[in-house]
Design a protein around this ligand. Structure first.
Ligand SMILES: [Zn+2]
Ligand SMILES: [Zn+2]
Length: 332
């Protein structure tokens, strides 16, 4: 497995690291850099300097241990390492552009080399990082976590499929994808903890994140559900999709915990924010619950007549409720 760092990234990392350590009172790296860099100006003519600097950056990046961070993360996943032909590491400007993914296009990899990997069924991995990440101690945690996602993606058992069709509309699709990511990351971190390794986020933080995406589940049940997810050793892609799309499938995972409560999920319908209203089909964030007590029986009958199969437990958005109240009264 070959790891290639984009030359511009090497330079950015070294320059900013030298500047930072010097500013913070440690001139070691600044001195070492200049010991190598200054002779380049003396010994080489202008047009040869660029190549010399490129070599220097590559050298320092190696001996200062930056390339080892990425290499060591891969060493934790021997099976993944066998299936990856090349890793391209590139710099990005902003945190929201960072990420680790399977390469779909070969980009800067030479055609012959790419062909060689593809014929052997090997994959390429792309890593995008902001330069200062390399001297952030969290990088090891980050890489380890992301590479477990990648391991899942190339594991036939996991059954990854980037083209899975989800949701009835873009709003619903976004919500399901967010939940999919939350559940998958939770699963990755729980497996890391089970293996005695440091996760990207602690169990407590994963719980907080989970809770914020499932506000509709009552707190004692939330604890039982989260614990069930955390204790599950492996989820496949389709299980994750199913749980992300249907909250009842998440609640099915509940286990007994102290201070927790296992929910009764059979025949229960959750009115989740962002899910489509059964009457108008628009994603809604303002469900009217307990319609039985809030609406007159003749209004409910009027809705049932207009939407065969609908009943109060399916709920409705507040706009529909207003409209049907008026229509039942003959106003509209
Ligand atoms: Zn993750
Ligand atoms: Zn509606």
């Amino acid at each position: 497995m070959e790891i290639r760092f984009q030359p511009a990234l090497l330079q950015e990392v070294i320059d900013s690291f030298v500047e930072k350590t010097e500013r913070e009172g440690d001139p070691t790296y600044y001195k070492e850099f200049h010991e190598h860099a200054d002779p380049i100006y003396e010994k080489f003519i202008l047009e040869d300097r660029e190549a010399e600097f490129k070599k220097l950056y590559q050298y320092l990046f190696g001996i200062w241990g930056f390339s080892d961070i990425v290499r060591d993360s891969f060493n934790e996943y021997p099976l993944l390492k066998q299936k990856v032909g090349i890793v391209l590491v590139k710099g990005v400007l902003k945190e929201d552009q960072e990420g680790v993914d399977i390469l779909r296009k070969w980009g800067s990899v030479e055609k012959d080399l790419a062909k060689e990997f593809e014929e052997k069924g090997m994959k390429g991995v792309g890593i995008k990082l902001i330069p200062r990440r390399f001297y952030d101690p969290a990088l090891t945690r980050y890489c380890r976590h992301e590479l477990m996602h990648i391991s899942d993606m190339i594991d036939p058992l996991f059954g990854y499929d980037p083209d899975t069709k989800i949701g009835q509309n873009p709003g619903e699709e976004t919500l399901i994808l967010q939940r999919y990511r939350i559940l998958w990351s939770l699963s990755v971190d729980s497996r890391l903890v089970a293996a005695g390794k440091e996760p990207m986020l602690s169990k407590e933080d994963r719980f907080k994140e989970f809770r914020s995406w499932y506000r509709k589940i009552p707190p004692p049940q939330l604890k039982a559900v989260f614990e069930g997810l955390w204790q599950t050793s492996y989820f496949t892609h389709s299980e994750l999709i199913e749980m992300a799309a249907d909250t009842l499938r998440v609640m099915d995972r509940a286990v007994d915990v102290e201070g927790g409560e296992v929910p009764e999920t059979e025949n229960k319908i959750m009115l989740m924010p962002g899910f489509p209203c059964p009457l108008c089909r628009f994603p809604t964030y303002s469900w009217v619950e307990d319609m039985q007590t809030k609406l007159e029986p003749y209004v409910l009958d009027f809705i049932r007549e207009n939407h065969p199969g609908w009943d109060v437990e399916f709920g409705a958005c507040d706009r529909c409720v207003e409209v049907y109240k008026l229509r039942a009264d003959g106003v509209m």
